[in-house]
Write a protein that binds this ligand. Structure first.
Ligand SMILES: *[C@@H]1O[C@H](CO)[C@@H](O)[C@H](O)[C@H]1NC(C)=O
Ligand SMILES: *[C@@H]1O[C@H](CO)[C@@H](O)[C@H](O)[C@H]1NC(C)=O
Ligand SMILES: *[C@@H]1O[C@H](CO)[C@@H](O)[C@H](O)[C@H]1NC(C)=O
Ligand SMILES: *[C@@H]1O[C@H](CO)[C@@H](O)[C@H](O)[C@H]1NC(C)=O
Ligand SMILES: *[C@@H]1O[C@H](CO)[C@@H](O)[C@H](O)[C@H]1NC(C)=O
Ligand SMILES: *[C@@H]1O[C@H](CO)[C@@H](O)[C@H](O)[C@H]1NC(C)=O
Ligand SMILES: *[C@@H]1O[C@H](CO)[C@@H](O)[C@H](O)[C@H]1NC(C)=O
Length: 476
């Protein structure tokens, strides 16, 4: 959790940066260590225009990542379509601060829509998540690209010597005119077809099962289905019980087998884990629906548990189960033992469970973060308006803004108040201390604040039930 707040503070730092109004290439060129990606982007004027006109999160592999990628794909730079697809896949729609990664499953469409690479309506997606609690972008075959830390070792070498003392300073969220830039440590993998994904991911039990069904035969309709249809969700097991030694399908006709195959695939709204819902119907290619159920934070399709989520593929997603689906058992549900072990039947307990408490904490965090984003936009607009006034000390002093954040379309929008204070210690040129407070009126007492000496520390206070208060402060 503490990292989380650090990111929030970075957001605040970025909000105060004077760079947010500049175009994407200007900002990219100011960063060291990403010249390789920037160079490719510069050659694609259309893409640069789109970036400057919309709201995007640009995922930028650093130079080391690019040179590793080019070493493994030496012909890429001579294939203009491939370069373009690669760039497009690194541009996600909307602004997504790294602090929001991993709070909940998040699959964001990118600009990659070329049907040579993807058949996903609205653009191929990236998953914004965390890896060992670091923000990360997950792409094809679950490739992990970690968002770079604020400070990273300079990886350039000179005559074979790593210059350890040169540090590249990167922020996790860099603002440009149209959105945010995240620098990552590896190039994203454009998702592959289902068969290629299963092979690359080493799902050998699943391959054995597909073979049992006769679906690897190039003349099988199954091959056409997975290679040509768009927006598919495949639910399939990769379990030794249902691998090479499985005999449960012996004697079934080709029609029955195909029916099992079609019942394992859903089309249209791709069922990434962000779309999982308790008690929801999953329409299948077999013409009947399976049922998704949530038990103890686990999701089931009919009675099969989803064990590994979200292998993004060129035309959808693969969700791994612990057992195969069957259209004859469409009414089966998770083993009732799972349900009765849920503690919820024990009513009248006094406090919140730890999980519920954490849930509320996160919800509050998201709410406040949403507010913070609005604040960022507000500050940006305000800065633009004031730009001509030559008001050097414009952030000094105090201000109070009202921020309305719509968390729920039905209920009345809660109003948050933003208070900002800015103090210059030791006269002009000294350290400036900025304090941002977001609060839900009526105003609670003044928050705890950082003592005046420490250089970098984040102090967060959330006080009790309403009125609640969150304060943070950045010194730089
Ligand atoms: C890459 O380019 C070289 C030289 O043009 C060619 O010989 C080789 O077959 C290409 N490799 C691939 C995988 O296309
Ligand atoms: C980005 O998302 C918005 C909202 O979903 C949508 O209206 C817009 O068309 C998308 N932009 C691109 C370039 O895909
Ligand atoms: C798809 O690939 C083919 C062959 O490489 C190419 O001719 C075609 O222009 C590509 N389609 C798109 C939309 O880029
Ligand atoms: C799939 O099955 C193979 C063979 O049992 C195993 O090595 C691999 O770890 C499994 N992968 C997943 C993600 O379940
Ligand atoms: C997308 O669908 C078309 C038409 O079905 C097919 O020819 C193409 O190979 C598919 N592309 C991908 C990447 O799956
Ligand atoms: C479903 O049950 C029917 C009747 O018992 C049987 O003939 C058929 O093979 C079963 N289908 C599958 C896919 O197991
Ligand atoms: C899912 O729905 C079932 C049936 O309505 C209910 O018994 C169960 O508690 C729900 N699970 C969760 C996690 O809400």
């Amino acid at each position: 959790m503490s990292n989380w707040w650090t990111y929030l503070a970075f957001l605040a730092l970025a909000a105060c940066g004077l760079t947010a109004d500049q175009d994407v290439l200007t900002i990219l060129r100011q960063q060291s260590g990403i010249g390789s990606f920037t160079g490719l982007l510069e050659q694609d004027g259309d893409l640069v225009d789109i970036l400057n006109q919309g709201t995007f999160s640009v995922i930028v592999p650093d130079d080391q990542a690019m040179s590793d990628f080019i070493a493994n794909n030496p012909n890429i730079t001579s294939d203009a379509n491939a370069v373009r697809a690669l760039l497009q896949y690194h541009i996600a729609n909307g602004t997504h601060p790294s602090a929001t990664f991993g709070l909940q499953p998040l699959f964001v469409p990118t600009l990659l829509t070329d049907t040579n690479y993807t058949n996903v309506t609205g653009g191929q997606v990236v998953e914004l998540s965390t890896d060992n609690s670091q923000p990360a972008v997950i792409s094809g075959v679950k490739a992990v690209s970690r968002v770079q830390e604020a400070v990273s070792d300079h990886r350039d070498t000179y005559a074979g010597v790593v210059r350890k003392n040169d540090l590249i300073q990167w922020q996790q969220d860099i603002f440009y005119l149209g959105g945010l830039i995240h620098i990552v440590d590896s190039v994203l993998t454009i998702p592959l077809s289902f068969p290629a994904t299963i092979t690359k991911a080493g799902l050998t039990d699943l391959i054995a099962l597909l073979n049992k069904g006769g679906w690897l035969n190039p003349s099988s309709p199954a091959v056409t289905i997975v290679n040509t249809l768009s927006d598919l969700t495949v639910f399939a097991p990769n379990s030794s019980q249902f691998g090479a030694s499985f005999t449960g399908w012996d004697g079934l006709s080709a029609t029955d087998l195909l029916s099992i195959f079609k019942y394992s695939i859903s089309q249209r709204n791709v069922q990434y884990s962000s779309e999982f819902k308790n008690n929801s119907k999953v329409p299948t290619l077999d013409g009947i629906s399976a049922t998704m159920t949530e038990v103890n934070n686990g999701f089931y399709v009919d009675a099969s548990h989803i064990t590994t989520r979200d292998y993004i593929t060129s035309n959808g997603v693969l969700q791994l189960l612990d057992s195969p689906l069957n259209p004859n058992t469409t009414n089966s549900r998770p083993f009732s033992g799972h349900i009765s072990s849920s503690p919820s039947s024990d009513g009248g307990s006094g406090g919140l469970s730890a999980a519920a408490g954490a849930g509320i904490g996160i919800a509050l965090g998201v709410l406040i973060l949403g507010g913070a984003l609005i604040v960022v936009l507000y500050i940006r607009t305000k800065r633009r308006r004031r730009a001509g006034m030559g008001d050097v000390q414009r952030l000094d002093g105090e201000s109070r803004e009202r921020v309305i954040y719509h968390s729920d379309a039905d209920g009345p929008p809660p109003t948050y108040e933003l208070e900002t204070k800015s103090v210059v210690d030791g006269g002009r040129g000294g350290t400036r201390t900025h304090v941002f407070d977001l609060q839900h009126p009526p105003n609670p007492p003044s928050p705890l604040e950082i003592d005046g000496i420490e250089r970098s520390r984040i102090n967060i206070t959330i006080e009790g039930s309403p009125p609640r208060h969150l304060g943070f402060q950045a010194r730089y």
